[in-house]
Ligand binder design. Structure first.
Ligand code: ATP
Ligand code: MG
Length: 368
């Protein structure tokens, strides 16, 4: 895209009750707002070719990375951000962390304005970038925290006491003299969280925290986040993830971003019921038959996707738009047109499909 440059600690039970309320109401409307995002936009300058620069020296090219994004996250909420690569999740986190400034719009963290009260914002909110390299590997967990806390202006007995507390929270209190370089990825993730907790933030931003974890460690890490960080510490968590099942099982609400635009917000359950659709898998020896295309053309099925091939048989997934009681007609149409069917079965649809469908509906509606 080309634009001109001028465009340029409460009790555990109370918290558990609040979280139940959040889940019930979908948006937790009775809870105070922790993160209030209002019409945020961000452009990045695009590198231009020498020829382009010489031809149009006064022009600048920009990519519109966030478009008019408005969102609120309630206190104590676990809020998931989902979307394809380049959707703008990390950019949003960088803006909320005051690492970069937005080109338009505002946001506030626990009432502190992102631009006017940026120092207060930084004391309320901490980003946890899942990058183990930001830890010092040749020293212990305790020494890592001491170094980081000192750089943050903490010192003396207060710092030492807090290090003990956060190591306890993340379950690393017994690592003693073990060097961080000898930690597992899950332990390093916990240490990153401990570091973020040192100065008691109210909001944590987690950018793909389980990316490098095996499925069992990832599950443990999620359980730890829920019980310790959200329920015991009372933090509000924004979590960017590519793991749809993590979002479905874990988040109170999720937002789906696509090309910088917010396309849906809601509880995983409500989005799932809105976009899940009905999907069937057929096994056929004639996957290229024109009858499939005709069904799409007749709007009886929405899309077809080749899934796998086993010998002569190819499996195709179809999003079916007709009422399920008319399925027999659909099968009969395929058979009479000469499609050789071996199996026809209903299949489960995951949240990945829900996200894909939400994006395709949004793009189809001309949101892009
Ligand atoms: N400093 C920058 N300069 C120019 N473009 C940038 C810069 N940082 C990010 N972008 C672009 O902004 C868009 C959004 O990037 P961002 O990292 O926010 O996406 P994301 O949703 O976090 O993606 P992923 O899922 O891959 O982490 C991308 O097109 C990216 O190329
Ligand atoms: Mg990212």
């Amino acid at each position: 895209m080309t634009v001109s440059s001028t465009h340029v600690s409460r009790g555990l039970s109370a918290l558990t009750r609040d979280r139940a309320l959040l889940r019930e109401e979908g948006c937790g409307s009775s809870m105070p707002i922790a993160v209030d995002i209002c019409r945020l936009s961000k452009f990045f300058a695009v590198r231009r070719s020498i020829r382009n620069t010489l031809l149009h020296p006064r022009r600048s090219d920009f990519v519109h990375v966030l478009r008019d994004l408005s969102l609120d996250v309630r206190k104590g909420e676990l809020f998931g951000l989902l979307g394809p690569n380049g959707a703008g999740k990390t950019t949003l986190f960088k803006i909320l962390s005051t690492l970069i400034v937005p080109d338009a719009g505002t946001a506030s963290i626990c009432g502190a304005d992102l631009i006017r009260d940026s120092a207060q914002v930084r004391s309320f909110l901490t980003p946890v970038i899942a990058d183990e390299r930001s830890l010092s590997w040749r020293v212990t967990a305790w020494e890592n925290l001491h170094l980081y806390g000192s750089l943050q202006g903490l010192c003396g007995g207060m710092l030492r006491g807090r290090i003990g507390e956060v190591l306890d929270i993340v379950g690393l209190q017994s690592t003693g003299a073990k060097l961080v370089g000898q930690f597992s990825s899950g332990m390093k993730q916990r240490l990153l969280i401990a570091r973020a907790l040192l100065h008691r933030p109210r909001v944590l931003l987690l950018d793909e925290p389980t990316r490098s974890l095996d499925p069992i460690s990832a599950r443990e890490f999620r359980a730890f986040l829920r019980s310790e960080i959200i329920e015991r510490q009372g933090c509000t968590v924004l979590l960017a993830t590519h793991d749809p099942e993590e979002a479905l099982e874990f988040c109170d609400r999720i937002a789906i971003l696509d090309r910088g635009r917010l396309i849906r917000v809601g509880s995983p359950q409500s989005l799932a019921s809105e976009f899940r659709g009905t999907r069937y898998r057929v096994w056929t020896t004639t996957p290229e038959h024109s009858a499939f295309g005709e069904l799409v053309h007749q709007e009886r099925i929405e899309s077809i996707r080749h899934v796998s091939r086993a010998g002569d048989l190819t499996s195709l997934d179809m999003n079916v738009l007709v009422d399920e009681c008319n399925l027999a007609d659909l099968v009969s149409f395929l058979v009479t047109r000469g499609v050789r069917l071996s199996r026809f079965e209903r299949i489960g649809v995951g949240l990945a499909d829900v996200i894909e469908r939400a994006i395709s509906v949004s793009r189809g509606a001309g949101d892009a």
